[in-house]
Design a protein around this ligand. Structure first.
Ligand SMILES: [Zn+2]
Length: 318
């Protein structure tokens, strides 16, 4: 029954894209200590179609060049920041042959254990920790935890640690011998090419998102659907989404053409906001002329200005 449900479950655009673009999103199942890709696309669904198109473009390049040159574009983080899309990536050269891949697994496993032991649950197990002969980058001895019932996952016996360390050292030697770090001239060319291609395509997608409602995907045009900036966390959405009542029953407070709205209701006109800001600036200028206001005073004035706006909004609600 459960299996059937899973099979018939329709994939979201994000899930479908990550499944299709396996090389680009190879990091999506890694833990958050290794990558931000584990969070998926951290933005509104309105941008998902654009992200799907961009992902397919980048993955098509991967499919063209990865098999032959072992060079690929890798998505590192996809998110919304200050109302705009940010797509972070790196161009990676995988020179690992079979030996290299195996060796890398051993090294990764060791490093993961080491990280967990070093960073995990210090408060609980501090007294049970001991130091190895190894030194970290700051020259401090590396601390390893004894296993206990509280944190079996993050601990390592000294013997186990030493075994893994020896295996990792050995693997690293094999990795170097397999020539993983020698990038050929052809690979260098492909890396440069993929970098500039990815950069251009990502810039275009980021620009496209600027004109698309992050919630519903509506193309924001000046005539039909003005761009609205919600207050607090900056989000650019269309007017339709801005005037929609949220799940919590609250309407969005937003700015449109310089005026402030809550739902469909005009809270403050552009002129009123401008008058307030002008008065605030004049006051600040006057204070500066007389005597430089302290940070505290400036903060007070700013707060008073904000309070007045809030008060005006509440009055309008009544
Ligand atoms: Zn919208």
């Amino acid at each position: 029954m459960e299996n059937n449900e899973n099979e018939t479950k329709e994939l979201t655009i994000a899930e479908e894209t990550m499944q299709m673009c396996k090389i680009l999103y190879c990091q999506k199942d890694l833990p958050m200590t290794k990558t931000c890709m584990c969070f998926g696309w951290e933005c509104g669904e309105g941008w998902h179609e654009i992200l799907k198109r961009l992902s397919c473009e980048l993955e098509a390049l991967n499919l063209l060049y990865y098999d032959k040159y072992k060079v690929r574009i890798q998505a590192d983080q996809v998110k919304e920041k200050f109302g705009t899309l940010r797509f972070y990536y790196t161009v990676v050269c995988d020179n690992y042959n079979e030996i290299g891949i195996e060796a890398n697994k051993v090294i990764d496993a060791f490093e993961k254990k080491q990280d967990n032991g070093y960073f995990g649950l210090k408060a609980v197990c501090d007294q049970k920790a001991y130091y190895t002969d190894e030194k970290d980058d700051d020259g401090k001895p590396i601390k390893v935890w004894h296993p206990s019932k509280y944190h079996t996952e993050v601990t390592l016996h000294k013997e186990e640690y030493e075994q893994m360390k020896a295996a990792a050292d050995e693997a690293h030697k094999r990795l170097v011998e397999s020539g993983y770090d020698e990038i050929t001239p052809e690979q260098k060319v492909i890396m440069e090419y993929l970098d500039s291609e990815a950069d251009a395509r990502i810039r275009k997608a980021e620009d496209d998102c600027y004109n698309v409602c992050e919630r519903c995907g509506w193309q924001i045009g000046t005539e039909y659907s003005p761009r609205c900036e919600t207050s607090g966390w900056i989000t650019y959405i269309c007017e339709k989404c801005a005037t929609k009542v949220g799940k919590d029953g609250r309407e969005t407070v937003y700015y449109k053409d310089g005026a402030m709205y809550e739902g469909k209701k005009l809270i403050k006109t552009k002129e009123q906001i401008k008058a307030k800001r002008d008065a605030f600036e004049a006051k600040m200028n006057k204070l500066e002329e007389e005597d430089e206001p302290s940070d505290e005073e400036a903060e007070k004035i700013q707060k008073k200005f904000n309070d007045e706006i809030t008060e005006a909004m509440n009055e309008n609600k009544k």
